[in-house]
Design a protein around this ligand. Structure first.
Ligand code: CDP
Ligand code: MG
Length: 778
């Protein structure tokens, strides 16, 4: 591990990134995609102009029209802001704002959109009564941000620029922190805050202009705001201005949504960034990032005034903190004559006061190394970055058709994001970007980031929207509208889950479910697990099934994987088999290579298991903060009594689903429950984990199938279609008699329909979980 030296970096340089010559043709003059020819022309012109500007900076200072009175009070060091590309386009922007009720402004990150345009809107349009409506009733300018740290830091910056106290003319509002007053005219806030304000004042009377920033991110909140505000502009046609700002060029979609609103393009001042790709795919991007950072640090000069800092994009808290620790450790092993560096971190789980530390200057002669998530992609700009290290991955909510589950998972960034990331190196001078992935991988990436709304399961999107207070989802104007039938189906599922009431409004249970970044069905099982006192067990099962490709699927590995499946297979089915595997894995010591060795000898992907653990931790942390009401779960009381009696059955036996028919052997169970797992609970519902299976029923009751003895195969309870057990299911090779009733996680279709993750249950449990659906026997 140790013994890193310059030679190794040089080797790395050639191994990892290929030669510089090869990458020259990828000299990316960071700009968005070239789909829009007209815009591209504007860019070209702007670029030529920008090159001249660089030469004639002083001349430009004089020729730029003086901004408003306020801005002309700028101190000497604030003067360069007049040179921001957006400031040069001020007259055109103001004209656009004045003449249009909605417009789109596209400009590269760092061109001054966020800091300048809200000021233009106030100084030149709204305060002058140019936004229509009643002069006496001038509202304020609001600007939304997807992230708290951006809202706060930008407000601070703008207040400074205008020489006013924060909370006066310029303020911000983020959750739990409101720095605005009756004097505030320019207000920065998170999307979430404006969504809340819309609930209280559907006409948003207080605003004359609303600027939706970072629209390219297509967050769920952003998209929902889009729909709500579009509706609002109909009601306030004459006196509300909407400005949509985006960092990427493909703004056509935004324009069409806003009734063909005009698009203004401002070209940023960017310097060329040389992009290097690795020659080979990197198995461990954290390790690759660390050695690349060290390599850059040791081989690239650091400017006296702080230029030459490194920004590295990783995925989340865990990786970032890990990398920080390793970097700080390895810094000590570097030769004495190497300059120091200071590692700063930036991720959304940090309190934003701490996030703001990345803006502080580092001591002279010390290089800043910033480890960040995609927060640093476009939301905020840290001066002095000359080198970017890009892992190429991001942790994002994703819905997997494969697992049928929603989860927070590492996914590849889009090419637009990769370009954005690279561009962060070319703000002040020519920069370099080291991508920890191959050129091929880059070319395989999606062109644009998919909207969060399409990355989420519709159940959870609709539930989130209801949580925000949007009643009528069917008529809601989505930028990308899901099919109406699918919306109805989702509402019905949510109703049956108890997340919506008969008026289709969100219930307390529904609100609790919105805290989890997973399918509401799975989240409900987790809540039920908490009521039953077996949270770790249920969360463990959910974390396992939410993680894709736990088994390595190589041909050589198949035998080991099958053996592993067999070893942990439980007669009651796959969820409990997964639980057994989970518990075994979690009991292995964390340190050393125990867990990795276990994975290797069982054809399990260690990387996926680490992800599973991460998911498990996240879900447990959320569960800790959520209040759960036992009344949400029918039959909970009975189940609890059952637990205290040590797992004997007390439910009625139904002819269709004979209780003893689940193939389980009650006396003999090799899974030790409770104890070792640290759940603090002695029983997870008996030897066959009855409580865990009951908890699963409370979420997955829609996914039920019964064994049709005549046809000798399973059929779905809802819909009656024939389905098969997936060949990997524990039930295929464990039981002689097929359980008469099962629930499953999802159905995959190949030549036939296969149920994946299947577990034997009893009809009574379904009735407890969804009395409205299964009311035949009450
Ligand atoms: O929104 P956009 O990416 O187009 O640019 P911006 O955020 O308005 O940034 C314009 C300039 O203001 C950049 O040079 C930033 O470095 C600077 N800025 C700053 O110094 N401190 C902040 N908190 C925000 C912006
Ligand atoms: Mg911005």
């Amino acid at each position: 591990m140790s013994g890193l030296n310059r030679n190794r970096f040089q080797d790395l340089k050639s191994n990892r990134f290929g030669s510089e010559k090869n990458s020259q043709q990828q000299h990316v003059n960071v700009k968005p995609s070239q789909s829009d020819l007209a815009a591209a022309r504007v860019q070209q012109m702007a670029r030529d102009k920008q090159q001249q500007q660089a030469l004639q900076r002083s001349q430009l200072t004089h020729s730029t029209t003086r901004p408003s009175v306020k801005l002309s009070n700028e101190s000497e060091d604030a003067a360069p802001h007049r040179l921001l590309p957006v400031a040069e386009a001020r007259a055109a922007i103001v004209r656009m704002l004045t003449n249009q009720s909605a417009c789109i402004i596209v400009g590269e990150t760092g061109s001054g959109k966020t800091t300048q345009i809200p000021q233009f809107a106030w100084d030149d349009v709204v305060s002058k009564g140019l936004c229509g409506g009643d002069d006496a009733n001038v509202g304020i300018v609001g600007c939304t941000q997807p992230r708290r740290v951006a809202a706060v830091s930008i407000a601070k910056h703008v207040a400074e620029q205008r020489g006013v106290a924060l909370g006066g003319e310029v303020g911000y509002a983020v959750r739990f922190d409101d720095k605005t007053s009756h004097k505030t005219r320019i207000k920065f806030m998170t999307d979430g805050i404006l969504l809340r304000e819309i609930q209280a004042d559907p006409l948003l009377q207080k605003y004359s202009c609303i600027i939706l920033d970072e629209a390219h991110e297509r967050t769920l909140h952003g998209d929902v705001l889009f729909g709500l505000l579009k509706d609002l502009t109909r009601k306030r046609q004459k006196d509300l201005k909407i400005v949509v700002m985006s960092a990427t060029l493909n703004a056509q979609h935004f324009s069409s949504f806003w009734r063909d609103a005009p698009i203004g393009v401002v070209h940023g001042r960017s310097y060329p960034v040389t992009v290097y790709h690795t020659a080979e795919p990197q198995a461990d991007f954290v390790e690759a990032a660390i050695s690349t950072i060290l390599q850059v640090h040791c081989s690239e000069p650091l400017k006296e005034n702080g230029g030459g800092d490194i920004l590295c994009f990783l995925t989340g808290q865990e990786e970032i903190e890990d990398a920080k620790r390793v970097l700080e450790h390895r810094l000590k092993e570097l030769p004495n004559d190497t300059p120091d560096f200071q590692v700063l971190t930036l991720y959304s789980a940090m309190p934003y006061e701490q996030q703001l530390r990345v803006f502080e200057a580092s001591p002279v002669g010390v290089r800043k190394v910033i480890l960040a998530t995609n927060i640093a992609e476009t939301s905020i700009t840290v001066e002095g970055i000359k080198y970017v290290v890009d892992s190429g991955v991001v942790k994002a909510k994703s819905f997997s058709a494969k697992t049928g589950m929603e989860s927070l998972a590492e996914t590849d960034v889009s090419r637009a994001q990769a370009t954005q990331r690279a561009g962060r190196a070319g703000r002040m001078s020519a920069g370099k970007c080291y991508r920890l992935y191959t050129q091929d991988a880059y070319e395989r990436m999606a062109e644009n980031t998919t909207p969060e709304i399409t990355r989420s399961s519709l159940n959870s999107v609709i539930l989130q929207m209801k949580g925000i207070g949007i009643q009528d989802v069917e008529t809601f104007e989505f930028m990308d509208k899901p099919p109406t039938a699918a919306i109805r189906r989702a509402e019905e599922t949510l109703f049956l889950l108890g997340a919506l009431d008969r008026d289709r409004s969100i219930t307390a249970l529904g609100k609790a479910l919105t805290h989890f970044p997973i399918e509401p069905t799975a989240a409900k099982s987790i809540l039920c697990g908490k009521v039953y006192g077996i949270p770790r067990e249920v969360v463990g099962v959910i974390a396992m099934i939410a993680t894709e490709n736990i088994y390595v699927t190589s041909r050589e590995g198949k035998e080991k994987a099958d053996n592993c499946r067999r070893t942990f297979a439980k007669p009651v089915g796959d969820h409990i088999s997964y639980l057994a595997l989970f518990q075994h894995y979690m009991r292995l010591p964390r340190d050393g290579t125990h867990r990795k060795d276990f994975c290797d000898s069982n054809s399990l992907s260690h990387r996926q298991m680490l992800k599973m653990e991460d998911t498990f931790k996240q879900l447990m942390a959320i569960l800790d903060t959520v209040e759960v009401d036992a009344d949400w779960f029918h039959g909970a009381l009975e189940a609890m009594t059952l637990q205290h009696r040590g797992g004997t059955k007390s439910h009625r036996v139904d002819p269709h689903a004979r209780g003893d028919d689940d193939g389980s052997d009650r006396k003999q169970s090799s899974v030790k429950h409770g104890g070792g797992c640290g759940g603090g609970n002695a029983s997870a519902g008996g030897g066959d984990f009855e409580l865990v299976r009951r908890a699963l029923c409370h979420g997955f009751f829609m996914n039920a199938a019964y064994f049709d003895t005549k046809l000798q195969r399973y059929r779905l309870v809802i819909g009656q279609q024939p389905v098969h057990l997936h060949p990997t299911s524990a039930l295929t090779f464990q039981t002689r008699r097929k359980p008469s009733l099962v629930i499953f996680n999802n159905v995959v279709e190949t030549t036939q329909r296969y149920m994946k993750e299947v577990t034997a249950i009893h009809e009574q449990w379904l009735q407890d979980a969804a009395p409205l659906l299964y009311k035949r026997i009450a």
